[in-house]
Design a protein around this ligand. Sequence first.
Ligand code: NAP
Length: 283
Amino acid sequence: MTAVVIDGREVARASRARTAQRAQAFKDQHGHAPGLATILIGNDPASEVYVRNKRRLATEAGLVDVHHHLSADVAEETVAQLIDDLNADVNVSGILLQLPLPKGLDRAGLIDRISPAKDVDGLTTVSQGRLARGVSGLRPCTPAGVIELLDTAGVAIEGAHAVVVGRSELVGHPAAELLLRRSATVTIAHSRTSDLAAVASTADILVAAAGIPALIGRDHVKPGAAVVDVGIHRTDSGLIGDVRFDEVSDVAGWITPVPGGVGPMTIAALLSNTVTAAESLTR
Ligand code: NAP
């Protein structure tokens, strides 16, 4: 193996420790800690695990945990009213609507109901517009985590050719925007890209976010490239990513593992966003 393995657990731990210090400083100044409200609708087992981890780590970082678990057949107006109430609650700095939502609920409409000032997932139209314009705002958590991993590992972004595989509004598209804002030359590949290996193998930074297990192999990677694996797939032998780790780690300069790469960074970015939102709301 030639690649440096970027330890997302360690980078996330350090990030959460910084967030905890900021949360304490906020509490000292305002008399209460920033609050993170999580809304879970239905009983999707993976979502339940994600929300449980977010709440646990929020509490560990000294944030106030506000949780609402609604049944899968909840009326849309009830969810909208809850979001309105949380928007108005001065003790809540961040609102997270856990995705995916059960069928029948208007995902885009409910996301956009969240006040952009409390949009700690960075998914509202306003937050995405701010990102596209390059003005300050809350950034989507997984892409923000990708950038922090690259920065911590010392990977130069400015001037690099970054290829992002995937163009979803949750991961691929905002990751490409963040890399562009950092002056990378960015290519976005997607399911209609005709020769993925030819495109990907020109990348100095390759972000794999296609959601296809083991899609990226040796042929997709330029020697010495930084490879960030966003994919998460449960298999009988455990979690795997979009990247064939054993194969690619012989070619890449840096690589993130699955598990223990981007995953922990997503929650760390969420907690950091919550304190940032609290600071902005009281400014
Ligand atoms: P998504 O909404 O399904 O988007 C997948 C994207 O990949 C689409 O843009 C799709 O292209 C593209 N794609 C699909 N097949 C492709 C192929 N063969 N070649 C090139 N591009 C292809 O998924 P997502 O929400 O962005 O998530 C992507 C992965 O990241 C999933 O495995 C998810 O579980 C994981 N994830 C991880 C975290 C974390 O914290 N680590 C957070 C979020 C998501 P089209 O647009 O053309 O369909």
